[in-house]
Design a protein around this ligand. Structure first.
Ligand code: UN1
Length: 499
């Protein structure tokens, strides 16, 4: 079996404890991809010491030169796009079209970061005083701990690490244990592109051990975490106690609202992609479909027909629409919610079980599942499932639909299908989400815009776009007084104060 290593201290090294975990293809459990280091706090200790050395080198490298490295990373990813997509599908299951998109998001992020190396704007503003200048500029912070999930194995690590690196920080990267090979290849590419070796450390392992060691280490002042709201809360508590800067990206319970006047063909394509793409394992997945009275029955019946016809299978095979889930625990969680939904008297109208058929019992497959007659407030309607389960609700008025959208503890994305410009603009204003799509599904974020959500989806930060560069840099202000006199702010103001 192929054995992989960590990248710590500028070298590919085995884990100090000598333990490994196996990485298996979720579409074919007889296909083992390799064994990966089960790292712990001793490995993290070495990684921190090395990253601190790397940081000293990297912070002294001009930002445009750091941007050049990002550009070369992008170029290498372009060259290896299909190869990476294939290995990504093998280790996490989603079809090749989707993994190609995932790599493309990494490429877009790299090129965006490259150009940001020549911007990284501060401000120059007038001073209250004569002959005095006032300005703000950015400084890097130090070592950033990057902890990422399995569902976007390239997009999410890149949209955290490239901005962190561009700003001059060093990174310690722990990819999810379900997608370690994609993490391995990403680090390989970063090194080949010319990133100084100690600027990046790759530490494989589980969240409870390797991840916890990173979060708890005092030498890592910045943490970026994407995962469940439950784990995010623990990460947040530790970072709060330790005064760390923290960006959290967590759960979602995203709704697609369809009005009577909507283009139903478009809405149907949107919900199929939003709910069952990536087998529903996205924080941006559509897990609630909110239909207006007049089109409810027609759209629901067309949706059931189309969902039943989706082809489950190996994402590397032509014709597969929906791949497997990531692991047994994920399937069990979905099964639990199917029971919960039935217990709440929602109507199971499609799927709801592991499929039978050739090869299906050799992978973590689950049928696209639809519950109709779901009521606002049911657990099925409130809680994140992270699987191919869609709840369908009915509404009469715009106010009612918006209230359903907003009455959950999450607030990542929302989607509204209508031709009415007034309703569209009201949705933009009134829906409590970080992202609202009009006539497009709940997924589709682009790399150059801020990504993130409100309420318990996040903690106020955004990834992607220009905002993430604020998270990874410390603002410093400089005042330069060339008057040759003591000028007291707020006191020797040129306007004077009337006596
Ligand atoms: C996620 O849902 O976990 O929103 C991330 C999108 C993607 C990122 C999704 N680019 O379209």
């Amino acid at each position: 079996m192929k054995s992989f290593k960590n990248f710590i201290g500028g070298n590919w090294v085995p884990p100090i404890g000598g333990e490994y975990f196996e990485n298996v293809n979720p579409a074919d459990l007889s296909d083992t991809i390799g064994r990966f280091p089960m790292s712990g706090s001793a490995d993290v200790e070495l990684a921190v010491a090395s990253a601190q050395r790397g940081f000293e080198v990297w912070r002294a490298t001009p930002a445009p030169a750091r941007g050049d490295v990002m550009r070369r990373i992008g170029d290498l990813m372009v060259k290896r796009k299909d190869e990476i997509a294939d290995l990504m599908t093998r280790e996490m299951g989603k079809p090749l079209t989707e993994t190609r998109g995932d790599v493309q998001e990494g490429i877009d992020t790299a090129y965006y970061a490259a150009t940001e190396g020549r911007r990284l704007f501060g401000h120059t503003v007038p001073s209250e005083m004569k002959n005095k200048w006032a300005m703000s500029f950015r400084r890097p912070i130090g070592v950033a701990g990057i902890i990422t999930p399995f569902n976007f194995p390239m997009a999410i690590p890149t949209w955290k690490m490239f901005p962190a690196l561009l700003c001059g920080n060093a990174c310690i990267f722990k990819p999810a244990e379900d997608v370690p090979e994609t993490g391995h290849v990403l680090v390989e590419i970063m090194l080949e592109a010319g990133l100084p070796p100690e600027v990046i450390q790759l530490v494989h392992g589980l969240g409870e051990s390797a991840g916890a060691a990173i979060v708890n280490h005092p030498g890592i002042p910045v943490i970026s975490f994407t995962g469940s709201t439950e784990t995010g809360r623990i990460v947040g508590e530790v970072c709060g106690r330790m005064h760390k800067r923290l960006s959290l990206e967590m759960g979602g319970k995203n709704a697609q609202i369809v009005f009577n006047d909507a283009d139903l063909d478009l809405a149907l394509e949107g919900v199929l992609w939003g709910a069952f793409g990536t087998t529903g394992q996205r924080c941006t997945a559509t897990s609630r479909l909110v239909l207006q009275d007049g089109i409810h029955d027609e759209l629901l019946s067309r949706l059931i027909d189309r969902a039943r016809a989706l082809k489950l299978g190996d994402g590397r095979k032509k014709g597969t629409d929906v791949g497997p889930m990531i692991n047994e625990a994920a399937v069990k969680k979905v099964e639990r919610y199917v029971d919960i939904g039935q217990g709440e008297n929602a109507d199971l109208v499609c799927g709801g079980r592991r499929p039978s058929g050739k090869g299906m019992d050799n992978g973590y497959f689950f049928e696209p599942t639809i519950f109709a007659r779901v009521q606002a407030g049911m657990r099925l309607e409130q809680e994140e499932i992270f699987g191919p389960v869609l709840s369908v609700l009915r509404f009469r008025t715009t106010d009612e639909a918006f209230a359903i959208n907003n009455d959950v503890k999450y607030g990542l994305s929302s989607s509204v299908y209508t031709k009415d410009v007034n309703v569209s603009m009201r949705a933009m204003n009134e829906l409590d989400n970080g992202i609202t799509y009009i006539n497009a599904p709940t997924i589709g974020a682009e790399a150059h815009l801020p990504f993130g959500g409100v309420k318990q989806t996040g903690n106020g930060h955004r990834e992607g776009g220009w905002e993430v560069y604020d998270f990874y840099s410390e603002t410093k202000v400089g005042y330069l007084d060339f008057s040759g006199a003591l000028q007291r702010a707020q006191i020797d103001n040129y306007l004077g104060t009337p006596d």
